[in-house]
Structures are given as C-alpha cells and as structure tokens.
Design a protein around this ligand. Structure first.
Ligand SMILES: *Cc1c(COP(=O)(O)O)cnc(C)c1O
Length: 390
C-alpha cells in the first residue's frame, strides 16, 4: 500500500459490529472468561487486554497506523509529546550516562533535561545540531543518546539526519532519536535515514485541528518493548479518546500536509519580497542555506511553520500581530487554522538574553504556523499587520 492508503486503512479494529469507522473503546479495564483465563493473560501466555494503562484497542489502532507511516516495527503512544520525550532518557539511560542534544529543539526539552533528568546523574551537552563535526566532538566514552529535531522551531534549521546517524553508528550503544513533529511522516521518515527512534507530538499535525494532546515513539521491537514496559508501569499513556481523534487525523495527513506546505511556500515567497521584512526563515525558499538538504531528506516539501524578521522593535512587532484579525494569536502550531506569535515574548521568553541571541530569537521575529485558509485571505491579513507598524 502507498502511504496515503496506509493512513486510511491500517489499524482497523476487528469487532463483531461491522462498524465502518474505528470504534472507540472508552474503558479502563477488560474482563476475562474465567479465573484461569485471567491468570493466562496476566502471565502473558495468552494475548488479551487487561487495563488501559497497559493496552487499549483504540490506542493500539493508532499505534499501528503511525508505525506503518513511519516505516517502523512498533509504536508506543504517550499522553503528550513531552511525556514521550521524557520517557527516552528515563528508559534508556542510567546515572553516569551522557546525552547529546541539538540546541535547536522545542523549548520544553532543555527545561525537562536540565531541570529533571540531570538530577539523576545524566550528563547533557547541547550543540549546534546543524554542525556535523559538533556531534562527533561531543561524543564521550559514556555517550548513550543523540536527540534532534528537524526542521526546527522557530527558525526552521535543517539537520542532516543521515550524517548524524553515521556519527552515531561509529560508536557502540548510541541510540539516535529524531523529533519528526514539524515534518510529520507525510514528508520525512527518519528511520529510513538511519535514526533508531522517531518521536512525535501528535498534538500538532497528526491531530491537525488543535483538539487533543498526545505523543508517540516509533522504532524497532527491541527498543520499543523497553519503552512499553516503562509506559505501562509509569502510566503516561494515551487516552483512548485522544487516540480515536488521532486515527482520523492521520487519515487526512498527506492531503493536509500538501496544502499546508504549498500555502506556506506561497507566503514565504511573498514575505521574502516584502520591503519591511529583513529575513525569512523557511527551508522551502531556494535561497535558504539548507534548501538542497531539506529537499533531499523530505519529499521536497518543507513544512508549514515559518519565521520572519521585521525591521521593527518589540513594540512594533506586537503592533503587527495585533493588527491581524484572521490569524489566531496563539503559540500552538500544526493546526488547520493559521497561528501567529512573537517567540521573543512567548515561547522563548524564558531564555537568557545570551541564549536568545544564540537561538536567533530577536525582538522583530514572528512565527507563523500556516494553516489551510485560502492563501489570499492570509496575505490580506498579513498586509494589515504591515500597515499597522508605526
Ligand atoms: C509541541 C512539541 C513538542 C511537545 O509536545 P506536547 O504534545 O506539547 O507535549 C515536542 N516537540 C516539538 C517539535 C513540538 O512542536
């Protein structure tokens, strides 16, 4: 089956009711035919559901569909993207181990690594993920994990997944994980480029309509069974209701992503020619430094999150945002509805001034998550923003 077909057809539940849509199993526990049956399921001698923290048929249907789209053996769903990411060091690392993480990652990731994971004696090094030699140079005898995100938030930096996988492969025991949230499996399959694990915030494009929080990890059985052992005991499991939403989100993922990406490219091109814009950060532009790399490791589509820098102060940048009337003022992204935010005062507010400079978060920077509205309406709304700058 081609990916579009898998997105619709993989992960159907066999029930006796012949429902055409995937049913939702909102139940915390499951019953047994007899005490002996219960004993056999608990002992793992017979397949069966016990309790929804362990397995749930609707969650399993979502996991099967996402695993098929990422080309992985198995998927484990989590309560959120951050629950999935936090599960990686907890499951695979021990005190004394070392993790190398790209600096260009979602803001809560350094917060959880430095604020919590480091407390348990795990060493963490942040590097510029686009610099392949930095990965090599960061490796120590105790390095056990690489983590990166590409394209990254908010400046759309692109990291060469295969090149980082080659560095990881030269050393024993390094598990290489890629956050594929911005590209989604419709554009990019990190496992086929040498990653060991793919991580998702299902909250973004997999849902696609801003309804539910969820996360997932996909990879080979050997690693996934360890992650499953963690989630079934520690409990950061996905709700069956959310899984049911994400199943239908995946069904339209390819179609939505094509439209998201073409809208984003049109808007990025328009912004790039605008005299009030200093720079546009979008790998889909042929002038972007990593355009060739991005085209090669995705299916020549570049996602729908872009940033642009105005010739403007922090105050003028807020005037721009306030003058838009259609685009939602929210920090969420990956929604069918376009969203706009000033990272400097919202998502990246907690960074020190020095880290803001390092990350390229200036006062005049605006992040757009381009949705599925008609592109002319979006351009008209942005035109109101430009007109409002005093
Ligand atoms: C949103 C996001 C996360 C965190 O996911 P939640 O579902 O919000 O916990 C992780 N990585 C990236 C790239 C994200 O955009």
């Amino acid at each position: 089956m081609k990916p579009e077909t898998k997105a619709l057809r993989v992960g159907k539940l066999p029930t006796d009711e012949k429902s055409h849509n995937t049913p939702i199993f909102l139940t915390s526990s499951f019953t047994f035919d007899s005490a002996e049956h219960a004993a056999a399921v608990f002992a793992g001698e017979e397949a069966g559901n016990v309790y929804s923290r362990f397995t749930n048929p609707t969650v399993r249907a979502f996991e099967e569909r996402l695993a098929a789209l990422e080309g992985g053996e198995r998927c484990v769903a989590f309560a959120s993207g951050m629950a999935a990411i936090t599960a990686l060091p907890i499951t695979f690392l021990s005190a004394g181990d070392h993790l190398v993480c790209a600096r260009q990652v979602f803001g809560s990731i350094p917060a959880v690594l430095n604020g919590f994971i480091a407390k348990f004696g795990i060493e963490i090094t942040f590097i510029d993920g686009t610099d392949i030699s930095a990965w090599e140079n960061a490796v120590q005898d105790n390095t056990k994990m690489f983590f990166l995100e590409t394209p990254s938030n908010p400046l759309g930096a692109v990291i060469d997944i295969r090149a980082v996988a080659d560095v990881a492969a030269k050393h024993d025991d390094i598990i290489f994980a890629v956050d594929n949230c911005f590209a989604s499996p419709a554009l990019q399959q990190p496992l086929s480029l040498g990653a060991d694990l793919v991580v998702h915030s299902a909250t973004k494009y997999i849902d696609g309509q801003g309804r539910c929080i969820g996360g997932a990890v996909v990879g080979r059985d050997e690693l996934m069974s360890e992650l499953f052992r963690y989630v079934r005991t520690a409990g950061a499991c996905m709700s069956p209701f959310n899984a049911w939403i994400f199943i239908s989100g995946l069904a339209t993922l390819h179609l939505r992503m094509r439209e998201h990406c073409s809208n984003a490219l049109r808007i990025a091109t328009w912004l790039n020619e605008h005299e009030q814009v200093k720079s546009v950060y979008y790998a889909g532009l042929p002038t972007h430094e990593q355009h060739q790399l991005a085209a090669a490791q995705t299916n020549n589509q570049f996602g729908a999150v872009l940033s642009f820098e105005l010739h403007a102060t922090a105050e003028q940048t807020r005037q721009f945002i306030n003058a838009t009337t259609l685009i939602s003022k929210t920090a969420n992204l990956g929604d069918a509805k376009s969203t706009i935010t000033q990272p400097f005062s919202t998502t990246h507010r907690r960074l020190s001034d020095e880290d803001k400079v390092l990350a390229g978060i200036t006062e005049g920077l605006i992040r757009l998550s381009v949705g599925l509205e008609h592109r002319q309406d979006l351009l008209d709304d942005l035109t109101q923003g430009f007109a409002a700058i005093k």
